[in-house]
Ligand binder design. Structure first.
Ligand SMILES: NC(=O)c1ccc[n+]([C@@H]2O[C@H](COP(=O)([O-])OP(=O)(O)OC[C@H]3O[C@@H](n4cnc5c(N)ncnc54)[C@H](O)[C@@H]3O)[C@@H](O)[C@H]2O)c1
Length: 252
């Protein structure tokens, strides 16, 4: 059993599709896969994703798409398949986190959060999975959050969307695991990205850091490392898991 372990970070010949890859965790995941030999399709609603993909190298692909845009997702998946032949690994990463007290949380922000954080990953997985199932091979990794496991003030829609991601992951893992496609989630604590540092600035951030047993927030590459593990041959038996990367916050 040493072979899958020695090869665990070699993604030569593999293709990866990542949503929300223009910045933050998605970009770190793209850089990590590219650094380990994969061809990466970086997608984002932010047109800057084209330049980010070009920076990674000419064998990678940038594509502008909003994960709420169902026809746009079909076009994007077709474009990636035309360029790469097939999609071996999907990382559902795009997400937002608008904050407000639950009692005054605007309906429009609730809908926007659930559409981007929960419906979007469903639409992209549903578009990518049929080919994986036909080949009896594929990996899907969904970005959830510690907010899937605990309540966090101001995060009512975000918590609901990320708990939904874990539920969706469980169901897809159950349906698709027997057909060669594993589906897992990762649940970080606060990660040092624009989204993380905006929501957890100043004293609020200091208090949050102090409450994490490791006394710090996570770095984007630490989340990328977990995603690469779940996509690797070493994780073939891991299915329906929610890998919590929170420095121990949710057990403290
Ligand atoms: N940063 C954190 O503290 C943290 C913690 C736990 C989980 N997460 C999750 O990790 C993922 C990435 O977070 P991040 O911190 O890198 O965020 P970020 O804001 O730095 O980057 C998110 C990316 O998603 C893109 N995006 C947003 N809405 C989109 C849409 N509708 N269609 C396509 N792309 C869209 C943005 O343009 C951006 O490039 C999210 O799902 C987030 O919920 C983040």
């Amino acid at each position: 059993m040493t072979e899958p372990i020695s090869d665990m970070l070699d993604f030569s010949g593999k293709t990866v599709l990542i949503t929300g890859a223009a910045t933050g965790i998605g970009r770190a995941i793209a850089e990590a896969f590219a650094g380990k030999g994969a061809r990466v399709a970086l997608t984002d609603r932010d047109p800057n994703v084209i330049a980010v993909a070009a920076d990674l190298g000419s064998r990678h692909l940038g594509h502008v798409v909003d994960v709420r845009d169902e026809p746009g997702i079909e076009t994007m998946v077709a474009a990636v398949k035309a360029a790469f032949g097939q999609i071996d690994i999907l990382v559902n990463n795009a997400g937002i986190g608008p904050l407000a007290p639950a009692e005054s949380y605007p309906t429009s922000e609730w809908d926007r959060t659930l559409d981007i954080n929960l419906k979007g990953p469903f639409l992209v997985a549903r578009a990518v999975a049929p080919d994986m199932l036909e080949r009896k091979s594929g990996r899907i990794i969904n970005l959830a959050s510690q907010a899937a496991l605990i309540g966090i003030e101001g995060h009512v829609a975000y918590c609901a969307s990320k708990a939904g991601i874990v539920g969706m992951t469980n169901c897809m893992a159950l349906e698709w695991g027997p057909r060669g496609v594993t589906v897992n989630a990762v649940s970080p604590t606060v990660v040092e990205t624009e989204l993380g540092l905006t929501g957890w600035a100043g004293e609020k951030g200091e208090r949050a850091r102090a409450a994490i047993p490791t006394r710090r927030f996570a770095k984007p590459w630490e989340i990328a490392a977990s995603v690469l593990y779940l996509a690797s041959g070493a994780a073939a038996m891991v299915n329906g898991a929610n890998l919590v990367i929170d420095g121990g916050y949710t057990i403290a």
